[in-house]
Design a protein around this ligand. Structure first.
Ligand code: NOJ
Length: 416
């Protein structure tokens, strides 16, 4: 591979989310975990036997403790240590989220101590020359809001606006980049269509309601941030799947067009001009051959997802149509061995470079995740981190792949 240089000022970073790393949460997910940990442990073998990596994680997966977020990575207390690691890895950007249930534990009552902690985090990042990318909502909800329907509640958009206004008026002086919502489509479909995540409903009507409330919530939040800080850069983190046809037959074309429209484009189109950049979360391609999911799956990550780092190229090319700067707000894989990750990062970055060379305005890349963390209904057995976290001691250990990523970030260059 020739030496590949990235644009000047390209932002190299890593991403996390509050519920997955902070620990000590009291929200709709922590309640749901307490009620469902036993069940998830009991069901794990039936759900994951298909996974070629099942034997590697069986012991953890059948243990109910795996499904309780609990202390997580204790990053609420250890954030300085985490930020030192970012510096050591030469990363100049960090995406993290604010936990709504900490900020507004009761409706209309804001916790200034919690806001202050986030203020300290942001200052501490700035002191290290690290650009904060702040996500306002990464799926978890305060109980008072989940109890009346969460994202499907009629006043969800207004409550989100009020929360956003509070955060932005408190922290806006130190933040340039805001991500209002993380993967609104993934959380809505898992919570309201598949019935897998809280509140475990199976209803197309509720799914669509959730999507439309989130569209409204984003628009209101966008306007609120802009009113206060016209220079702020605002977007969402959008989950994009690359739908790839084996052959461009009429059937395959129709399937691709429908999936692109429904999954990839609808939400972005609806928030239209109310976004300054596109945040791309990318993990999967879906191969179409008279039906979906015809991926060759020659190699798989611990999650059982196909190992195919190059699909980021196509995901980026398909976003060119919006004519906006793009930040890759998540890309990564679960790999406890770190062997696949060592291969994944340079290959994904070469594919990203290819897209930049083909004219896509990519301005930054956030690896998911900085730390091994709580992977929602899968718990702790999936390891996405650049940094391994010991669940007993909370000790952090930088993986080999992260050292290689750090060299790329430091030199802004990818060498073979
Ligand atoms: C996307 C989500 O935003 C994040 O929370 C999750 O851990 C990763 N994908 C990996 O599944």
């Amino acid at each position: 591979m020739p030496k590949l240089e990235f644009p000047e000022g390209f932002l190299w970073g890593a991403a996390t989310a509050s519920h997955q790393i902070e620990g000590g949460q009291h929200n709709d997910w922590s309640e749901w975990e307490a009620a469902n940990a036993e069940r998830l442990a009991a069901e794990s073998e039936a759900s994951f036997r298909w996974n070629p990596n099942w034997k590697k994680f069986e012991k953890e997966a059948i243990d109910p403790a795996n499904y309780l977020s609990g202390i997580a990575c204790d990053s609420w207390n250890r954030y300085e240590e985490d930020f030192d690691i970012l510096s050591e890895l030469h990363l100049k950007a960090y995406r993290f989220s604010i936990e709504w249930s900490r900020i507004e534990p009761e409706e209309g009552v804001f916790d200034e101590t919690a806001i202050d902690r986030y203020r300290q985090m942001i200052r501490s990042l700035r002191a290290r020359g690290i650009e904060p990318f702040v996500t306002l909502w990464h799926w978890t909800l305060p109980l008072w809001l989940s109890e009346r329907g969460g994202t499907t509640a009629s006043d969800f958009p207004e409550r989100f606006r009020i929360y956003t206004e509070k955060i932005v008026s408190s922290l806006g002086n130190d933040v340039k980049f805001w991500i209002t919502l993380n993967e609104p489509d993934v959380v809505s479909s898992h919570a309201y269509m598949k019935g897998a995540w809280p509140p475990q409903k199976k209803s197309v009507r509720l799914f669509l309601k959730s999507i439309h409330r989130l569209i409204d919530a984003h628009r209101l939040a966008y306007a609120t941030i802009k009113e206060n800080f016209p220079e702020a850069q605002i977007g969402i983190a959008k989950h994009q799947v690359v739908f790839e046809m084996v052959r461009p037959t009429p059937v395959n074309r129709a399937l691709k067009a429908a999936a692109d429209y429904g999954w990839n484009l609808y939400f972005l189109n609806r928030i239209g001009k109310h976004q300054d950049f596109i945040g791309l979360n990318h993990y999967n391609r879906n191969v179409i051959d008279n039906g979906f999911g015809k991926n060759p799956n020659e190699r798989q990550t611990d999650f059982g997802w196909e190992f195919h780092p190059e699909s980021i190229y196509q995901a980026l090319m398909e976003l060119r149509r919006y004519g906006k700067p793009i930040y890759i707000t998540e890309n990564g894989l679960a790999d406890a061995s770190d062997e696949l990750r060592r291969e994944f990062i340079p290959r994904a970055l070469a594919a990203m470079h290819h897209a930049i060379a083909d004219g896509v305005d990519v301005r930054g890349y956030f690896y998911w995740s900085l730390l091994d963390n709580f992977e929602w209904d899968k718990g702790y057995w999936l390891r996405f981190g650049l940094v391994a976290v010991d669940r007993t001691t909370q000790g952090r250990a930088i993986r080999e792949s992260a050292r290689a990523y750090a060299r790329i970030a430091e030199t802004n260059t990818l060498e073979s």
